[in-house]
Write a protein that binds this ligand. Structure first.
Ligand code: SF4
Length: 385
């Protein structure tokens, strides 16, 4: 399909699961819930004639509710959860490193982009112990939905259907990975792209631009600004820094915006001062740039502590499932501005301050990297050469 032209790994094929979703929605025995990735709200409007960079979060929620989803949740919630786990992992590795442990693996690499995960499993398997073991937000959401949420609601796992709306074609492949299934039942049942959702909204005769703005459901719909910026290159690492800084220094951030991590250049680097300890950060988007950065690490010429890699140009805002942008960087920049605008609008902008995340740890997970968190929120990687 069209995927071959736009998706970062040509091996992935685009399977449209819209029919399965519609079937689930019309099955009275099923509870069907949906999560939407951060980048979707910054681009979906384009499919309905709106200007690039128009934020449509409230209309998106409204449309999903009109389509019949029982709960409309937010992948941004799970992005906050990812930061709790990945930020803690980063701090653990740093602490060990500072204590002189020679075996500690640095830099830590982000692991929320499935096309990037597949890329290093195939092309750089020798680096497979370096990435964070944290699952992606999509998969953390599915795992928490089918345990914590299902228990809370008294729904059996097999009667709960989890759908995700993703900017991404590789997310379809990610839901199918065996590590993310329990007795054959996947944590995330179906992933639709932004474009497939737009088609479904049109098919259902919903007048998108006339929709009112609605709010996500709770508890898996609450998110912070840090969760939102996962949608753009530089955002995952900025979100991690916001939390890791405060956990490490035990002081409030003097400034929440890290402009030095933002931008569109393919490879960027910055040093963030953790109260006297300099943290070196690298960022790459696009797999060509990722390869370049990985070579530098392999050759030992980098002294990075943490690196963010996203496969698509611009990060998920430029994902293969988004409205076509035909390589137009202006469109990507506008979507990126929309993401930072949503972050700026949020009352809470640090993942560790999300009240529903705090509650999830209190009621269910214990603390980050606990045994239960390990089992439900972490994963492993394989040599696929
Ligand atoms: Fe998917 Fe691209 Fe985002 Fe990676 S960067 S998660 S491939 S949309």
């Amino acid at each position: 399909g069209q995927c071959v032209a736009v998706c970062p790994t040509g091996a992935l094929t685009e399977v449209n699961q819209t029919n399965n979703v519609v079937r689930a929605l019309s099955d009275p025995a099923k509870t069907v819930i949906v999560q939407t990735a951060p980048a979707v709200r910054a681009a979906l409007g384009e499919e309905f004639g709106m200007e690039p960079g128009t934020l449509v979060t409230g209309k998106l929620v409204s449309a999903l509710r009109s389509l019949g989803f029982d709960k409309v949740f937010d992948t941004d919630f799970a992005a906050d959860l990812t930061i709790m786990e990945e930020g803690t992992e980063l701090l653990n590795r740093l602490t060990k490193f500072l204590e002189g442990d020679k075996d500690v693996q640095l830099p830590i690499l982000t692991s929320c982009c499935p096309a990037w995960v597949k890329f290093f499993e195939h092309q750089f398997p020798q680096l497979k112990d370096i990435p964070s073991t944290a699952r992606s937000p999509q998969q953390m959401f599915g795992s928490i939905a089918k345990t914590y949420f299902a228990e809370k609601m008294g729904i059996k796992r097999e009667d709960l259907v989890v759908v995700s709306i993703m900017p991404c074609v590789a997310k379809k492949y990610e839901c199918g990975r065996d590590e993310f299934k329990v007795d054959g039942n996947p944590d995330v049942d179906y992933a639709l792209t932004t474009r497939e959702l737009a088609s479904l909204i049109k098919l259902a005769n919903i007048n998108f631009s006339r929709l009112s703005n609605e709010d996500f459901d709770q508890p898996l719909g609450e998110s912070t600004g840090a969760g939102v910026i996962f949608g753009t290159t530089g955002g995952v690492i900025e979100a991690a820094v916001r939390t890791a800084y405060e956990l490490y220094t035990k002081k409030p951030l003097p400034k929440i915006d890290f402009n030095e991590l933002r931008g569109m250049e393919g490879i960027r680097q910055a040093t963030i001062d953790f109260d006297g300890f300099p943290i070196n950060i690298g960022i790459a988007h696009g797999l060509g740039n990722a390869r370049e950065l990985l070579k530098r690490i392999e050759e030992g010429e980098s002294n990075f502590h943490a690196i963010e890699i996203m496969s698509c140009p611009g990060g998920c805002i430029g994902g293969g499932g988004q409205p076509y942008h035909h390589g137009n960087v202006d469109i990507l920049k506008k979507r990126q501005m929309a993401i930072y605008q949503e972050d700026g609008n949020k009352k809470i902008r640090k993942s560790h301050e999300n009240p529903y995340i705090i509650q999830l740890y209190e009621e269910f997970l214990g603390k980050p990297m606990s045994e239960k968190a390990h089992q439900l929120l972490h994963t492993e990687y394989f040599d696929r050469t």
